[in-house]
Design a binder for this molecule. Structure first.
Ligand code: 3PG
Length: 207
């Protein structure tokens, strides 16, 4: 397992962040660190993503990765900004290959046996299981683990305090992704103490 993957596995949770303003990146890093979850997946869904990743990378308190990465060009943008891992909603060979060329961990999405096989062929053995709840949830991961014993999953999408435990209980689950502990509106409002408290509550659920 790569060092980055080990860090994600140790964290058990990957907070999926949407940042509207790169100025929020450092205070958010502080809230995550204070809450006991020194990890962030900053999604390329806003224009602020690359600048936010750069701020977090310079800040150094959290392991920062990029999310919603759809193209090799975005891989370059993310890695140039300091992203240590790259998450995609689906599987793209071009994105995975650019991640390998840039030396960063790729976490592509895969929810079917065919997609998992494609990921394996591309040298990937840990995939994002997205969107988790509408793709069969924990039961689907358990079923996929029978033929794909060596594959590990990071289920994300529709997971929260009420169903977190059923995913974390699976041996094939490395970590769980989610946005519930980093609400976009609280971040946009600068309520970082509240975010830190929600992060701490989420971390408590993993213990
Ligand atoms: C993602 O991109 O990983 C998802 O939007 C996160 O899903 P969630 O908001 O349901 O946690």
């Amino acid at each position: 397992m790569s060092e980055t993957l080990e860090a994600l596995a140790a964290a058990r949770l990957v907070p999926v962040v949407v940042l509207d303003d790169a100025a929020h990146a450092r205070p958010l890093a502080g809230a995550l660190a204070e809450g006991g979850l020194p990890v962030a997946e900053v999604t390329f869904r806003t224009a602020a993503a690359a600048a936010a990743i750069a701020e977090m990378a310079k800040d150094g308190r959290v392991l920062v990765g990029a999310g919603t990465v759809l193209t090799p060009a975005q891989v370059d943008e993310a890695v140039d900004a300091g992203a240590r891992y790259v998450v995609s909603p689906g599987f793209s060979r071009a994105v995975v290959e650019r991640c390998a060329a840039r030396g960063v961990l790729a976490l592509p999405g895969a929810v079917t046996a065919t997609e998992v096989q494609a990921a394996l062929e591309a040298g990937i053995s840990t995939v994002k299981f997205f969107p988790a709840e509408t793709s069969g949830g924990a039961a689907a991961i358990k079923a996929l683990s029978a033929p794909f014993g060596g594959v590990r999953f990071v289920p994300t999408g529709g997971i929260g305090p009420a169903n977190l435990a059923e995913y974390l209980a699976l041996p094939a689950v490395t970590a769980v992704g989610g946005s519930w502990m980093v609400p976009r509106d609280l971040i946009a409002a600068g309520r970082f103490d509240d975010v830190a408290a929600m992060v701490a509550d989420a971390v408590a659920l993993t213990r």
